[in-house]
Each structure stands twice: as structure tokens, then as C-alpha cells.
Design a protein around this ligand. Structure first.
Ligand code: MLT
Length: 244
């Protein structure tokens, strides 16, 4: 387990990376694909996202992302998995850019042969998908502003548990550390609510009634094993990572 994307050893070429940003980018990306989106594209910057929408003539491309938890000006949607769940996105490409999660996937893609997106909602399915590939398996936590985050480490612990339930793995020390979090917080929602990022999202809802749904987002992100959708990296196009 890499507790931060920067700690994903660049020398480990090959293998599979499971990238986690449970609050909320990988949960949201998973939900867009579950709701029929043709692809989710992680753009490296908002500018690249705007250019993609313009090049497509707008119609079938929607931009989703946040800074400090709120929608990026000019984007169509924020980074809310609940918003992603509100409609069927068949025929749409969703281009995402977020503070930490999308960049973490870009870092992981520099060295891993395969990149999957994981969250609590798809944890069992992500474990099954990852174990289908040969070679080294690394869970990459996005963290928050280059700090290790409890929310991602907790989700990594759930993934480690799911992997160990299914296969003989050799957990490294950080895998054993994140696994221990499950004893501290048997309830996933309690763990997400205890995290700094969880508290920040809940706090935004307290100061601005328009953001009250963020508490519902956190509860949505805390559900374990309710989705079979596992976003897989297909390749990269003009700097964006294409998942389907
Ligand atoms: C991120 O990429 O930092 C997060 O997904 C932030 C969020 O929207 O909660």
C-alpha cells in the first residue's frame, strides 16, 4: 500500500495499481460508469478539460470536478457521487479534474501497467478484478494535499481485507497498518466522518445550506460492496486518462 501517490515507487514498472480517493473522486468516477457513461476521463488540469469539451462541440461531454470541495467555475458538475447517480449517462463522456484523486491516478499510471479505480462501494469487485491480473498489486491512496488521509487509508484497509479473503498475498507493513484501522472503526461511516477530509465536507454543509448534500455524499461513499463497477484505465488521450 502506498499511503500517498508520491510513495508509489516509480521503479515498480508493471503490475496493477488500485487507486483510491474514497472522498470522493474514485467513488464519483465509479458511479458515473455505473450509470452508463461511455467513459470517464481524468484530465490533468481544468484547462485540458475545457479544451476537450470545446473540441467535442459540448453536446456529449460533461465536466465534473472540484476545488476545496466545490464545483470548478465553468464545469457542469461538482464531484458529488450523488449527482453522478441522479441520471443515466449513456452517450456521455465525463471529464473529471479534482484536487487530489485525478492527479493520483496520473502518478500511478506512470509506473503501473494497469490502473483500476477503487472505493468502498466497489471494494470486493475491485479486489476480484485486480486478482485476475498477474504480477505485483499496489493500492495507491490519494491522500489530501500531500498528507496521508484516514479516509483513503481506511478504504485501503477494506481492500486489503477483501484481497486477503480471496488470495494468498504478502501484505507489506503499510498494508498491515491500514488493516488495523478496521478494528478501530468497525463502522466505515464512522471512519470517514472521523477523517479530516470527511469533517471538512460535513463542515461545508454546515456553513452553506446549498452544500448540505455533502453529508449525504459522505454516507454514500461509506457503503461497502454495493457496486460491481470497477473503472479500468484503457489508455490516455491528449493527456487525459480514459477509464471505462
Ligand atoms: C479530491 O480529489 O481531492 C477529492 O475528490 C475532493 C472531494 O471532492 O471531496
Amino acid at each position: 500500500v502506498s499511503l500517498l501517490p508520491e510513495l508509489h515507487p516509480p521503479h515498480t514498472h508493471g503490475g496493477t495499481a488500485l487507486v483510491i480517493d474514497v472522498l470522493r473522486a474514485t467513488t464519483t468516477a465509479t458511479t458515473f460508469l455505473e450509470q452508463g457513461a461511455d467513459a470517464v476521463i481524468f484530465a490533468p488540469t481544468p484547462e485540458v478539460a475545457f479544451a476537450r469539451r470545446e473540441a467535442a462541440g459540448g453536446a456529449q461531454v460533461r465536466l465534473a470536478g472540484e476545488r476545496s470541495g466545490v464545483i470548478i467555475p465553468g464545469f457542469d458538475l461538482g464531484n458529488s457521487p450523488l449527482d453522478a447517480q441522479r441520471q443515466n449517462w449513456a452517450g456521455h463522456q465525463i471529464v473529471m479534474n479534482t484536487t487530489n484523486g485525478t492527479g493520483a491516478a496520473h502518478l500511478a499510471a506512470q509506473s503501473a501497467e494497469r490502473v483500476l479505480l477503487a472505493c468502498l462501494r466497489n471494494a470486493p469487485a475491485a479486489a476480484v478484478a485486480a486478482l485476475a491480473y498477474p504480477g505485483d498489486l499496489r493500492i495507491v491512496c490519494s491522500g489530501t494535499n500531500r498528507q496521508v488521509s484516514l479516509d483513503d487509508c481506511y478504504a485501503a484497509g477494506v481492500l486489503v481485507r477483501e484481497l486477503l479473503d480471496r488470495a494468498v498475498c504478502q501484505p507489506d507493513d503499510s498494508a498491515q497498518m491500514v488493516l488495523a484501522l478496521l478494528n478501530q472503526w468497525p463502522d466505515p461511516l464512522a471512519a470517514l466522518e472521523a477523517s479530516r477530509h470527511g469533517q471538512r465536507l460535513l463542515g461545508l454543509g454546515d456553513v452553506d445550506a446549498a452544500l448540505a448534500d455533502l453529508a449525504l455524499d459522505v454516507a454514500f461513499c461509506a457503503k461497502v460492496g454495493v457496486s460491481d463497477t470497477v473503472p479500468r484505465l484503457l489508455g490516455s488521450e491528449t493527456g487525459g486518462l480514459v477509464f471505462s
